[in-house]
Write a protein that binds this ligand. Structure first.
Ligand code: HXC
Ligand code: NAP
Length: 301
């Protein structure tokens, strides 16, 4: 499987925040061994954070941790944890505090997803996705909130959702339901836990090529036939450093007054699909000449 190349992004590729922006902070990223979780984690390390990466596959996490350490020189704790099980999540917090002294932020990034006509799904297939995405995000947020409130510490929750959390989407219905739930969780906790100085925000990414997503959403020849960049007004997919920049901003003190928001990073993709006349980009200049004449002629009729 080939991950499409992106254009160069100039300064955005170098990262956005001050190099010491996360000094002394400990950040947990679920699903941190692969894809976007790995990209965000690598950038957080470059900004001075202590990083905890978790997922089900310890070997993948350990390999990623070694590579991240070589690249950044940062401190990483890799822990196996299935976010569906609250007791495993609580253990991550205990081990993170034991190693780094505290936890300051959690990124709910772990997810499960695949395309399928909904009527082909078993009840277990549907609930597997709900459990990983919604229950997993609930479990990590609950463990984090209990810990921060007990310790009287400020905290920061960042949820990775998708744009179809607000539009819905065919063929990924369990994921759409779960991500919609995580959006409600984001706004609800922002209102309830704001008084404890716990901020909760979300990022809604459009298409960012990763192995995990592309193998399950665009398997085989679908990647060529259904090229996501054609759906995006900017005519390209996202670059991982772009999401890392946004995530770092939302976790950092530079966004200290942002709470309960969801920031879309999709090159305009979902709006392109929504606007009734957006498909008219197919109309050529010559066709517009004819259309204009017809419309002007209608004035006199
Ligand atoms: C129908 C399927 C299926 C398929 C699995 N199932 N694949 N049903 N079509 N293609 C069914 C199984 O038969 C089973 O039901 C149930 O789903 C659970 O499957 P398991 O394999 O037992 O589950 P598990 O081992 O927990 O694996 C979870 C998984 C897997 C989601 C199925 O793909 C996974 O581990 N994914 C993690 C990574 C991932 O999904 N990354 C992509 C995120 S991308 P029965 O009834 O048989 O027991 C993303 C991007 C969104 O979210 C937006 C992009 C633009
Ligand atoms: P990915 O590499 O497949 O990441 C998903 C991660 O979740 C994996 O590391 C996986 O690791 C972990 N995970 C799955 N089930 C888990 C469980 N039960 N417990 C703990 N960890 C679990 O895919 P990605 O593209 O980087 O996706 C990252 C996030 O971005 C997801 O929330 C996804 O919905 C979101 N997103 C991605 C895109 C995109 O275009 N890529 C677009 C919109 C939103 P293990 O298998 O080791 O558990």
């Amino acid at each position: 499987m080939e991950i499409p190349e992106n254009n160069s992004l100039g300064d955005a590729e170098k990262g956005m925040l001050r190099n010491d922006a996360f000094n002394g902070k400990t950040i947990i990223i679920t699903g941190g061994g692969t894809g976007l979780g790995r990209a965000m984690g690598t950038y957080f390390l470059k900004l001075g954070a202590n990083l905890v990466i978790t997922s089900r596959k310890l070997k993948v996490l350990q390999k990623t941790a070694t590579e991240m350490e070589t690249e950044t020189g940062g401190k990483i704790l890799a822990l196996a944890c299935d976010v569906r099980h609250y007791e495993e999540v609580e253990k991550v917090f205990q081990e993170a505090v034991a190693k780094f002294g505290q936890v300051n932020a959690v990124v709910n990034n772990a997810a499960g997803n695949f395309i399928s006509p909904t009527e082909r799904l078993s009840a277990n297939a549907f609930s597997t996705i709900i459990d990983i995405v919604l229950k997993g995000s609930v479990n990590c947020s609950l463990a984090a909130g209990k810990y921060w409130i007990k310790e009287k510490m400020p905290g920061n929750i960042l949820n990775i959702i998708t744009t179809y959390a607000f539009t819905g989407s065919a063929y990924v219905v369990p994921s759409a339901c779960a991500k919609g739930g995580v959006l409600a969780l984001t706004r609800s906790l922002a209102a309830e836990w704001g008084r404890h100085q716990i901020r909760t925000n979300a990022i809604a990414p459009g298409p960012f090529p990763t192995k995990g997503a592309w193998e399950r959403l665009l398997p085989g020849e679908m990647a060529e036939k259904f090229d996501f960049k054609n759906r995006v007004p900017l005519k390209r997919v996202g670059k991982q450093q772009e999401i890392a920049n946004l995530a770092a901003f939302l976790i950092s003190d530079y966004s200290a007054y942002i709470n309960g928001d969801v920031i879309t990073i999709d090159g305009g993709e979902w709006l392109q699909g929504a606007g009734q006349f957006n498909g008219l980009e197919m109309v050529t200049d010559e066709m517009w000449d004819g259309i204009e004449q017809l419309i002007r002629a209608a004035k006199g009729s």
